[in-house]
Design a protein around this ligand. Sequence first.
Ligand SMILES: C[S@@+](CC[C@H](N)C(=O)[O-])C[C@H]1O[C@@H](n2cnc3c(N)ncnc32)[C@H](O)[C@@H]1O
Length: 321
Amino acid sequence: MDVRTALKQGMARLRDANVPSFTLAAELLLLHVLGRDRTWLYAHPEEPVAIADAEKFSVLLSRRAAGEPTQHLTGTQEFWGLGFEVTPDVLIPRPETEHLIEVALDRLALREIHAGRKQTLTGEGLLIADIGTGSGCIAIALAKELPGSRIVATDISPAALAVAQRNAVQHDVANRIHFIEANLLANLENASVVAQLAAPVSHNQASADPNFAGHTAPGLFDLIVSNPPYIGHREKDTLMREVRDHEPQLALYGGDEGYELYAPLIVQAAKSLKPGGLLILELGHNSLSAVQPLLDAPRWTKVSVTNDLAGIPRVIAAERT
Ligand SMILES: C[S@@+](CC[C@H](N)C(=O)[O-])C[C@H]1O[C@@H](n2cnc3c(N)ncnc32)[C@H](O)[C@@H]1O
């Protein structure tokens, strides 16, 4: 069998199984098996496919037809132009989350302009927190964009943190991202690495005074970003089987309604941000009306909402007064 025939048969099998985006899925699975890129695929339609490869492709097609996400079969997903390892322990990075990165970079740049500083934004001296880091996609994209910044990335799932750590190594930013198992921002200030990051010059003081980390708690971070779980348990039956049956429950559900984690996250962020620090959150399709009232005066100012390409309010940003 040649490449063209294998691809056509693969597409037909996935189409018959009602797989969404079946053309792309068949292509990605064949490319994965052959270890080739898309340009090669279309430049070599007559190339024979080895029997062993055809068998591997067939197994992957069956698994995809049964509902496993393509990314779990290939082990990768692109985000912000970077390749990320994904496993069933982490949420597959979504394209709409790239809006959160865009908003973060825009708001940081605006802050520089308002402060009359030069606009070459390297993030020098910035301390950033990414809450619920999953694959690490947000923390790693920001680390790449802001080479002078240091980042604390938390997750409640140790299995997710292990994947994020590997992605950070892969992208050569592991020395600037500190992964911590935590429930949102709770007790983060007591993590010794955070205390050191917050006050690197006071290292001796920190080790001499056991309460020192506690004193640094208010106003640790310049920027807090999060894409928290925001689907409601009540919405479970509306999810695609790829999501409902294969992505981590911890990454999907925020509670019965979905928006339950925003309130504690915003309260904790208000304590952990420096004055003038930024909070930037991804929103679920129906979260805005529950979340916006939580970002009110006198604690918060300059609230902005950004829609995604489908016109859904997707990112909310606010500045700590
Ligand atoms: C929607 S996923 C986002 C993952 C990644 N940041 C992204 O944008 O692709 C939410 C993540 O938050 C984590 N999480 C859930 N509840 C948490 C909590 N209470 N504290 C910290 N992390 C939590 C989940 O394990 C999951 O990795």
